[in-house]
Design a protein around this ligand. Structure first.
Ligand code: ZN
Length: 470
């Protein structure tokens, strides 16, 4: 902030020396941005963004890749984009087969949150019921005879999931439940490496594991497992393209504004990533009527959480010409957390060096008096897919400025809308929107040089724009 004020002061001084008596059309009143920025900042409506977050995280809830809920979210996004006047395209793609299942215990018939191990056997969709037998941490000596044909309950830790599983199989167990050894709200996904178990293997939380152990001291507890392979599932990307329009253009550049809308299991995904989705939707609405030199593509990815599958699918489908014309990809993933400590808006770039997206964001930050930006070397979101194709890309994400930590409820059932900061949605929406608009907007028309005092170039563009869809 300090830096920007002094910079403007210097500029103003310069102007008054060079052009005494001329009212210099300085666009920047400290911190408010240029007239172009104002087209974004005055229109970005965080009430609307919060409605999107509410719909996605509360009405729909967890939106796991391949599920009906994920599809429902895609349809919602599509409808919104159509309301703003876009034609939309849905790009469907298959996702890898996976195991899914249920575990119900005889304690009040309770269904526990589980994750199925990669490499687990299925029960072929049939119920398997057995007694739960406490089997320590899964050393060979931890298994009693009782475990034969029953289900071993094993604590996580000290050796690999596969070693525990192998020992359980050798002891004759018909199933394995591993409970966590750290307090977490959702079970880990046990990986058996490249190994295939001949029995079902699932994980539960530490809390559930300890509760089971306590009850087992008093009474026999049974578990019913049902694990099935889910195949032929589809996810989808939703795409709206804003063609360049208005004055004649010879600009072939393509700019992307992207966010994933799926979530991890059990998480309503308000921050991750209804927040990014809501900002991308709001930018699509605002930008729709504006003349732009460049093509803007709003792309909403499915299946990010299972390995950036949607964005890889999308980018791999681009023609060589499109890739060559691609200028920048602005990706948003977790831009609205209300966590106190997440005061920095990280701009994650794969190689950590400034690129087109960072430069646009940094410049917008300076114009708007927003000094929360931080360039950072990191992948882990959909910007990776663009980077790998050679396209300048960055991911915007709120983190602790010192430790780079994410909100503590990341990827848990506590990622709910009550922990979203509408103020940050507004601020970040304005900043990213100003950066995008500055990248795609029409250059000053020929014959009207930029920054000529009293040229009214801003008005020229401003007056021409119809208002965004209400
Ligand atoms: Zn995410």
């Amino acid at each position: 902030m300090k830096k920007i004020i002094s910079r403007i002061a210097v500029l103003a001084l310069f102007a008054s020396i060079l052009q005494p008596g001329i009212a210099f059309a300085l666009p920047n009143k400290a911190g408010n941005g240029s007239a172009f920025d104002k087209k974004i900042t005055e229109r970005f409506d965080s009430d609307r963004a919060m409605e999107h977050i509410s719909h996605l995280s509360e009405n729909i809830g967890p939106r796991v890749a391949g599920t009906e809920q994920e599809l429902e979210a895609a349809e919602y996004i599509q409808e919104e984009l159509q309301n703003y006047g876009y034609e939309t395209k849905t790009e469907e793609f298959g996702i890898a087969d996976r195991l899914e299942g249920e575990l119900t215990t005889s304690l009040n018939n309770e269904e526990l949150a589980i994750r199925v191990a990669t490499g687990s056997a299925s029960t072929k969709g049939e119920d398997f019921t057995g007694k739960i037998v406490n089997s320590g941490i899964g050393l060979p000596g931890d298994f009693s005879k009782d475990v034969e044909g029953n289900i071993a309950l094993i604590e996580r830790g000290e050796m690999s999931f596969w070693e525990k599983t192998e020992n359980a199989m050798n002891a004759g167990a018909a199933g394995v439940i591993i409970y966590d050894n750290t307090e977490d709200l959702v079970p880990v996904t046990p990986s058996l490496g490249d190994n295939e178990a001949s029995i079902p293997v699932v994980a539960i939380t530490m809390e559930d594991g300890q509760k089971l152990k306590e009850e087992m001291a008093n009474e026999e507890v049974n578990a019913t497992l049902n694990i099935a392979e889910i195949s032929d599932q589809q996810s989808q990307n939703v795409i709206a393209v804003k063609e360049p329009k208005g004055k004649p253009t010879n600009d072939d550049d393509i700019v992307y504004v992207t966010a994933h809308y799926d979530s991890v299991p059990y998480s309503p995904g308000a921050s991750d990533n209804a927040s990014g989705t809501s900002v991308a939707l709001e930018l699509a609405r605002i930008l729709q009527p504006f003349p732009t030199d460049k093509e803007v593509r709003f792309v909403f990815f499915g299946a990010e959480e299972i390995g950036l599958v949607g964005s890889q699918q999308y980018v791999s489908g681009l023609s060589a010409q499109d890739v060559e014309n691609s200028l920048a990809a602005f990706n948003m993933d977790m831009v609205g957390t209300g966590w106190d400590q997440a005061t920095a808006l990280y701009v994650n770039v794969m190689d950590g060096s400034p690129n087109t997206v960072w430069q646009a964001a940094e410049a917008a930050g300076e114009r708007l008096g927003n000094d929360s930006l931080k360039l950072y070397e990191r992948g882990a979101s959909d910007h990776v897919s663009f980077y790998e194709a050679g396209i300048d890309a960055a991911n915007f994400i709120l983190r602790d400025p010192e430790t780079a930590s994410l909100e503590p409820w990341y990827h848990t059932p506590l990622d709910t809308i009550d922990k979203i900061s509408q103020e940050r949605i507004q601020t970040n929406g304005e900043l990213i929107g100003a950066a995008v608009y500055d990248t795609v907007r029409q250059d000053v028309p020929r014959g009207k040089p930029k920054n000529t005092p009293n040229s009214n170039t801003d008005d020229y563009l401003l007056n021409e724009d119809p208002a965004p869809v209400q």
